[in-house]
Design a protein around this ligand. Sequence first.
Ligand code: HMG
Ligand code: MG
Length: 299
Amino acid sequence: GLPARVTIHEVGPRDGLQNEAAIVPVEVKAEFVTRLARAGLTRIETTSFVHPKWVPQLADAAELLDRLEPAPGVRYPVLVPNERGLDRALERGVAEIAIFGSATETFARRNLNQGLESQFAMFAPVVERALRHGLRVRAYLSMCFGDPWEGAVPVEQVVRAGARLLDLGCFELSLGDTIGVGTPGHVAELLDGFAAAGVGPERLAVHFHDTYGQALANTLTALTKGVTVVDASAGGLGGCPYAESATGNLATEDLVWMLDGLGVETGVDLTSLVETSVWLADRLGRPSASRVVRALGPA
Ligand code: HMG
Ligand code: MG
């Protein structure tokens, strides 16, 4: 069966905008986040405290947070890779962070300048100190379904890395199909692998990029397996600058359309969300990749 309710973890301002070629003005970002909250999203991943040279697009993280007027009941998590990032996040008084690990050696090196093993030593003190400060810590795991350099990634390797991230004290693990190569049977197999290792769907979220058009089918499979938290990006923005073959995330509008049709509650107002993506597409100077935005937006 399907869950009665799904929580959408909106990643547009972070995963979406980290990949834009042209710098988006900080006031546009702030308005984007505000509009997303108004549309009913309750988890909005806002920015990253990563090295500004690695991701110049998000170098304005502190300034963006200073401009936000937090809405009641809305969480504004930020990515934090290391202790320097945590210092910067704590200075801004954030309440929730996300660490982001890799299931493969190559991507750990390319994205974090760490090895598959040494990344855990980088994350451990971050999580420990964040929890001590009362923050909530989410974990991401990238390349769960395939890696552009290493090819297929064995389920056991993904489960082992994911369980270690959770063991650090993270409340949730988001399984990233960074380059969008996964298919529904693989999703079922991976979730079964986690269940067999004692990690049930209530601790997992799914994070699908839509490179091969599989994101909705993969999401539906995860929902039938008991997952109730789904990452998505308004307008289908997104990608990872350190994995060139990655395109946009599952579009939030496409997800909401499907869930509305299935009678699964999300609390998100589709009309308001589409208006937001049309507004942002105007600012970015190109149409949204989302089929639903194109169908419902102005001709
Ligand atoms: P590094 O160069 O190894 O850093 O980068 P370092 O620890 O050697 O430090 C070098 C200098 O950088 C030092 O300064 C540090 O203070 C400074 P110096 O002493 O030389 O003057 N530094 C920092 N400055 C600001 N903020 C920081 C920071 N850290 C060090 N946080 C690092 C290591 C992890 C920082 C770098 O590799 C990095 O920033 N990587 C982030 C890459 C990234 O953001 N990728 C995209 C997000 S992941 C993603 O999109 C996937 C996801 O969506 C899921 C999926 O789809 O699979 C989540
Ligand atoms: Mg991503």
